[in-house]
Design a protein around this ligand. Structure first.
Ligand code: SF4
Length: 245
């Protein structure tokens, strides 16, 4: 059976995510977990005022309906790991590249020269640029996750699907001579979500939970008309309300 998420004609996809907007309550636990897991900088009020926030995931708020029947919806927004990623062809140094084995969108920090073309060409606006050196000195540097690079000034960064966690589980499965189990890999955002609104897994395997959810009637892709072939899809919110999420 072909995968439900369109992976493009010449590609086999691997990792993907489905986010249920009916379950998301906008608590932002995923934002915090992502920041701590991936050494994402907190830029402070002044830089945030300039739009220089660094979070790899943000919660969009949506309102539909007329008072008093107003429905509030939330949409976690992060790198959509596009199959046809608009950020890739505009990078002059191939820092934004496609993983041929996993069909994810990678960012090679030590190649990036900071032109920010990728961020300007991303329709989802999910890339963050290091305007300053945000590295902490001791003892606060002890808080950093040693499995994740601490990026320097002038470098673009974004969600990696917690690649370090993927590799850790893959290595464990390999050493035990078995396949990675469905649901065994849990990105930080999915692990922290109190309502299990975020589901991660293999979108090229029809029996996986993420593939089942991708086949749900509420499933849609963000800005699908652009032809970016996102690996993240959403389950439309507001199923018990008169409005979309
Ligand atoms: S942790 Fe879950 S419920 Fe909270 S904002 Fe993130 S996706 Fe929504």
């Amino acid at each position: 059976m072909a995968p439900v998420i369109d992976l493009g004609s010449d590609q086999e996809g691997k990792w993907g995510m489905v986010i249920d907007q009916d379950l998301c309550m906008g608590c932002q636990a995923c934002v915090t977990a992502c920041a701590v897991e991936n050494n994402v900088a907190f830029v402070g009020e002044d830089d945030a005022g300039y739009g220089r926030w660094m979070h790899w995931i943000r919660i969009e708020r949506l309102w539909t309906g007329e008072y008093p029947q107003v429905y509030t919806g939330f949409q976690p927004m992060l790198c959509q790991q596009c199959g046809h990623a608009p950020c890739e062809p505009v990078c002059p140094v191939y820092a934004s590249v496609h993983s041929s084995s996993e069909q994810t969108n990678l960012q090679v920090y030590n190649r990036c020269v900071g032109t920010r073309y990728c961020a300007n060409n991303c329709p989802y606006q999910v890339r963050a640029f290091n305007w300053r050196d945000y590295q902490q000195s001791l003892p606060l540097s002890n808080m950093y996750n040693p499995d994740v690079t601490v990026r320097r000034r002038g470098v673009m960064e974004k969600c990696t699907f917690c690649l370090q966690r993927i590799r850790h589980v893959e290595d464990t499965a390999h050493s035990e001579n078995r396949e990675v189990l469905d649901g065994e890999i849990m990105p930080a955002c999915a692990q922290a979500c109190p309502t299990s609104a975020i589901v991660f897994g293999r979108i090229d395997k029809p029996e996986s939970q993420v593939s089942h959810l991708a086949g749900n009637a509420r499933n849609y892709k963000m800005l699908e008309e652009l032809g970016t072939l996102p690996r993240i899809t959403y389950l439309k919110g507001g199923s018990s309300h008169d409005g979309s999420g």
